[in-house]
Design a protein around this ligand. Structure first.
Ligand code: ADP
Length: 559
């Protein structure tokens, strides 16, 4: 072990063993805890789900015997944590919930009886006098802000009360603040540090890879057909806790009914059901009394169940960030788990509509990018893990993928290379052999033709019109533009079918060469060249080449 990862003083390890039952800190945990205890530093902690965020903020005051204030968005989540801590002989309490006896808790708090105090962000903004009293009497070691991405509108769970938490740092300037999240695009991270007014925070970031999650995608037909097979698969015949996410309350009910008729043990969960019904569903799921919860994304934060074996999206996930968060609920115990998405192209119409309504141009573009990334992930014929990780880590992750346990696309490639080896009389490859991935295809000529056609149609249409132009199709819209049908390039793309051009357009959009702009009303969008495409066009012809990793659709057109 790197000495930076573990304390040299054995007292820390004793406390770790005694209260938490672990014999070692995980890399990063000690670095963070040490910076709080010994340097009073602010921290922004970005950790993949399952890595062990809780210990980072629970350990310090257990060690010092003083107090940590934890701000967390959900009462149920806090209740679970408080119960868990009490069971480990760590006195903890929660304020602001109707169930607790607040006055008794307060007086116990002031006597220094608790190591951890959990509150909601709403409660935090009204509790400054209590917090200052506590700080004076017993001393607050740390203010931890869990699910800190809720401060950011760039994130996926924006919550207004988080915005005002910056006042804590102003009031308690000597108390270290630790912001924690599992979501981390660069924008969100920046927003967290700025809004919470952290003073030169230490930023710790784990990798985002969850190697135990197998990623796969298929087209949607009907719930009965699609889900039956998937849900019957068990892992070694064991009970297989599963979350099926649906985009709306209506589909949630429909899918839950379908599964019930098929004889699965399942319950629905969405914001339209009574609090009690939801609580029951949650409880039964956590206690393994029901195998499947069919839910909207309302079933999310606070599901502290380490052995969720499958997360299935029935209908396209909204965007890449939400998707990462949602599949993150599978396999927190580190054991192999499956994440499967069913989708059809029309699934994005509603998201697109909502995005078009966003007033701020910058924010609208950001949301469009997130949605396009999701579409790319679903449509891709190459390694899905690579798409996911490259998005979050901001750089191409060439070191992942290519193994049988990675994703459906990698698995397919391995199977087909095995078949080839078999027929060419060679030995079968072993299961974990890496196969070369994601071959780039030179599509310079085609891209040039498509870009020119889009320019000619002056960005007034979606992709269809420039494609009809290339294929020399006489559509109504084209007929109205006499200049176009008489243009020398009309029909110049007949060397490829319409389907090819559509798939190429999609792929160029994912790679950032094309962008869409919403039209004022309705669901439509016009297509335009991005800066990237304009720059490419400016290059000298001899040095201009455009190579792409084709999507599933484009790949089948190229074959
Ligand atoms: P997160 O909030 O980051 O998703 P948790 O705090 O719930 O993660 O921890 C995830 C799992 O890792 C839990 O089962 C926890 O018991 C375990 N864990 C955390 N820290 C350690 C450690 N130092 N050694 C062993 N297990 C740990």
């Amino acid at each position: 072990d790197d000495p930076e990862n573990q304390p040299s003083d054995p007292n820390y390890t004793k406390v770790l063993k005694k209260y938490f039952g672990y014999s070692k800190f995980r890399p990063l945990q000690w670095k963070i805890i040490n910076s709080v205890l010994n340097d009073k530093k602010d921290n922004c902690v970005v950790m993949a789900t399952g890595y062990g965020k809780s210990l980072c903020y629970q350990f310090p005051s257990v060690y010092t015997q003083r107090l940590t204030v934890v701000i967390s968005p959900l009462i149920s989540l806090m209740e679970d944590q408080v119960l868990g801590l009490k069971a480990a002989n760590i006195p903890a309490c929660l304020l602001g919930s109707a169930q607790e006896d607040n006055s008794l808790t307060r007086s116990n708090l002031l006597r220094g009886e608790y190591r951890l105090l959990y509150i909601t962000p709403e409660f935090a903004s009204s509790a400054s006098s209590l917090l200052s009293q506590l700080h004076q009497k017993i001393g607050i070691d740390l203010i931890a802000i869990d699910e800190a991405h809720c401060v950011s509108q760039w994130g996926h769970d924006f919550r207004a009360a988080y915005r005002s938490l910056g006042c804590l740092k102003e009031e308690f300037s000597t108390v270290p603040v630790m912001a924690l999240t599992a979501t981390a695009t660069v924008e969100v991270r920046r927003d967290i540090c700025r809004s919470l007014k952290l003073h030169s925070p230490i930023i710790s970031c784990t990798g985002f890879d969850r190697p135990n999650l197998f990623l796969s995608v298929s087209n949607k037909t009907t719930a009965a057909v699609d889900l039956k097979g998937l849900l019957h698969q068990t892992r070694n015949g064991l009970h297989c806790p599963t979350i099926v996410y649906c985009p709306t309350k209506k589909t949630t009910m429909e899918v839950a009914n379908t599964l019930a008729v098929l004889g699965f043990s399942c319950l629905p969960y969405h914001a339209g059901l009574s609090l009690n019904t939801r609580k029951q569903a949650h409880k039964k799921f956590v206690n393994d009394q029901v195998q499947i919860v069919v839910a909207t994304v309302a079933f999310g934060m606070g599901i502290d169940k380490p052995d969720v074996r499958k997360v299935i999206h029935y209908g396209a996930p909204k965007d890449i960030e939400s998707y990462y968060q949602e599949v993150g609920r599978a396999g927190r115990d580190g054991l192999p788990s499956d994440c499967h998405a069913f989708y059809s192209d029309s699934d994005f119409a509603v998201s697109r509509h909502f995005i078009n309504e966003i007033k701020s141009e910058k924010f609208r573009e950001h949301k469009t990018l997130m949605m396009n990334k999701m579409m790319q992930y679903l449509a891709s014929a190459s390694c899905r893990r690579r798409i996911l990780l490259s998005h979050f880590e901001g750089q191409e992750r060439l070191d992942v993928g290519g193994t049988e346990n990675c994703c459906d696309n990698c698995r397919k490639k391995i199977e087909s290379s095995r078949r080839q080896n078999y027929y060419s009389n060679k030995n079968w490859q072993t299961a974990d052999t890496m196969v070369p991935q994601d071959q780039l295809v030179d599509l310079s000529r085609e891209a040039l033709d498509l870009f020119s056609a889009i320019k000619l149609t002056e960005g007034r249409f979606g992709l269809m019109v420039p494609i009809q132009f290339l294929c020399g199709a006489h559509s109504q819209k084209l007929q109205r533009m006499h200049k176009l049908v008489r243009h020398q390039n009309f029909g110049s793309g007949k060397y490829r079918p319409q389907k090819f051009w559509k798939a190429l357009g999609q792929c160029l959009k994912f790679e950032g060469y094309l962008k869409e702009q919403a039209v004022d009303r309705g669901f439509g969008a016009t297509v335009h060249l991005s800066k990237k495409a304009e720059q490419w066009l400016k290059k000298a012809e001899s040095s201009r080449s455009l190579k792409l990793v084709p999507t599933q659709d484009l790949l089948s057109e190229l074959r």
